[in-house]
Design a protein. Sequence first.
Length: 349
Amino acid sequence: MITINPSLKSRIHSIDFNNLPFGQVFSDNMLVCSYKDGKWGSTEIKEYGNISISPAAQVLHYGQAVFEGMKAFKDSDENILFFRRDENFKRLNQSAKRMAIPEISKETFFNGLDQLLKLDEKWCKSENGFSIYIRPFLFASQSCIKASSSEEYTFMIILSPTKEYYTDPINLVIEQEYSRAASGGVGFAKAAGNYGASFFPTNLAKKKGFTQVIWTDSNTHEYIEESGTMNIWFVIDNILVTPALSDSILGGITRDSIIKIAKDLGYQVQEREVSVNEILEAHKSGMLDESFGTGTAVSVLPISSITYKDIKINFQNSNLISSKLKDKLLSIQKGLLKDNYGWIDCLNY
């Protein structure tokens, strides 16, 4: 059951859509659902605003929280097109399970999201470069400072109109001291703490002029895993190479989509271990053609440079394979190309 108490006055006319800072502007309404006494209760959609939370809420003390990042687009006929939201739903519950959080039902997730987008569909623009970023999240809300899993949780969905995540060239540095995740941990989940723990080494890199870090394995720092909010790719002798998934790497939905698109375009794709030395040797021999990242927020993003110690690899951002892949991905997401993959769900009004 969904109770709808929408905003009575929209804020949309006060927003400059040509100057959208990523993740700082939100639509008029939000979804809230609470878990108590062993079950999820009814869902409410109400005006976007601050929430009340106890200082003893367990999420604040023990970090029991997970989230998802997903997108919807608007086609030229003003239809809202969800991109692979079934995979986001599965990954949210996979993350929740790892963090001992009760899973959300498909009905709550899909029906709630449909109703929310029906109310706020004008926040999703049809012009090129625009999408609506959808942020579902779950957190422990019981008032208790005992070091244990909570008995109460809150599920929410908020919406943020977006353009580009990064607007400047992307310069990365290969991290050799800090680690994002370890085998047996929660690296494969979208757990809030994964990101919080990454900010300190990322800030150190930013002070040196880098955009983000490339994470390496926690045992030896010899093998590349992912980068910031992206899965990472290398084009070596015209072969697309990306690190194979493990329990320390987040399985990106955009990553999976690009694998399928690249293969259908005739490119050879390899999912395997990628060592730092291999990348350095490929660069030295002239076989490293380009590098790019993939993710919901960044889409497909060419990388300008990668630095390892005193070695800097610069990439020429012209005639890129990644640009061709991005064009096809966006064309599917915007409804400009036929979806032969079953990735698009159209919102039914």
